[in-house]
Design a protein around this ligand. Structure first.
Ligand SMILES: [Zn+2]
Length: 339
């Protein structure tokens, strides 16, 4: 159920933890820092995993975990945080922007209502409303069953805790953090950068504002550090960090272009744009299961919101978007902050 791999001898241990949702497993990490050990993320919230996880941690020589960093609020990363604190008396660290969203999700009715209010803006037809009511109710229900109560709530863009540097890298969630070991040139980046999967960046009641802008800025922030290797929450380490970041930026550019192409033949709602795009395994929206429909719709909303913030598209009173400033599908035009 849990495998330990020593990634950098005596320094970085990867815990591979199986979970019953895509992509099948999630990684936690243990890092040795002086006489202490630090942990990144707390696995999937399954009580059957708790004792095996504690046993694996005890097998790491001379390593008392004092601090557990939660990269972001999703349940496959907050996992067994509360139970680990109770058993190992470690201190759980989380960013305030994510903790506030966790609190918001505890009130199921207001979370569901918040999404249904957004659905009008997305242009979701009444025939799809029941599906979205169920999906959001399930998301909130899972969160309520698996609470997380941080001991240390951090604020702002950058924090230094012991010898590690903690950077706010939002986009996948508003308070997503990356833990950087500067002198070693490595970082633990949660779900910000994955080797083959592209991270979900969706505009939702718990990821409000302009999440795609935040996500692109987070990628640029990590790229500017010039790291040797990063250790993400899924799939495996990445040692061609900036090349992977460039691919991820290009992926978003091509998605932005797909949205613009869809709009060239006339105005559309966010829901109508979602139906024109292709999704995982090249599926159309109607072939997706309810959870993936939610992901597709909210991801389209984030793309549209980004284009809107750039003055490229605009909605009328009927929530139909049209192009207001024609741009070519050019990386510099679509992401001017790249310089
Ligand atoms: Zn994840």
């Amino acid at each position: 159920m849990i495998e330990v791999n020593e990634k950098v001898s005596g320094l970085i241990y990867q815990l591979k933890i199986y979970m019953p949702m895509d992509p099948g497993y999630v990684f936690s990490y243990v890092i040795r820092e002086g006489n202490d050990c630090l942990m990144i993320d707390a696995g999937y919230p399954n009580m059957d995993l708790l004792n095996p996880l504690i046993n694996r941690l005890r097998e790491i020589p001379n390593c008392r975990v004092s601090t557990l960093f939660i990269t972001h609020m999703h349940i496959d990363h907050t996992g067994l945080a509360d139970e680990l604190r109770n058993r190992l008396s470690l201190s759980v660290v989380m960013h305030r922007r994510d903790y506030e969203q966790v609190m918001k999700m505890m009130d199921r009715d207001s979370f569901v209502r918040g999404f249904l209010e957004l659905s009008e803006y997305y242009g979701v037809p009444s025939t799809e409303m029941e599906l979205y009511r169920n999906v959001t109710s399930n998301i909130s229900g899972r969160r309520r069953m698996n609470s997380v109560n941080p001991d240390v709530i951090i604020d702002g863009e950058e924090n230094h805790i012991g010898s590690v540097r903690v950077l706010l890298t939002p986009g996948h969630s508003p308070g997503h953090i990356s833990v950087i070991l500067n002198e070693k040139g490595i970082a633990f980046t949660g779900d910000l950068i994955l080797p083959t999967i592209t991270t979900h960046v969706g505009l939702t009641p718990i990821n409000p504002g302009n999440p795609l802008l935040e996500y692109l800025n987070s990628l640029i922030k990590i790229r500017n550090i010039g790291l040797k290797c990063i250790y993400p929450g899924h799939e495996g380490e990445i040692c061609n960090v900036n090349a992977r970041i460039n691919e991820l930026i290009m992926h978003r550019v091509s998605r932005l272009c797909e949205v613009l192409n869809a709009l060239r033949n006339g105005e559309l709602t966010i829901f109508e744009i979602t139906k024109k795009l292709r999704w995982m395994d090249n599926k159309g929206y109607v072939d997706l299961d309810p959870m993936n429909r939610y992901m597709a719709l909210t991801e389209t909303a984030a793309l549209v919101k980004y284009l809107e913030s750039m003055g490229i598209v605009k909605a009328g009173n009927d929530y139909k978007y049209g192009i207001t400033r024609d741009v070519s599908c050019n990386i510099r035009e679509l992401i001017p902050q790249l310089g």
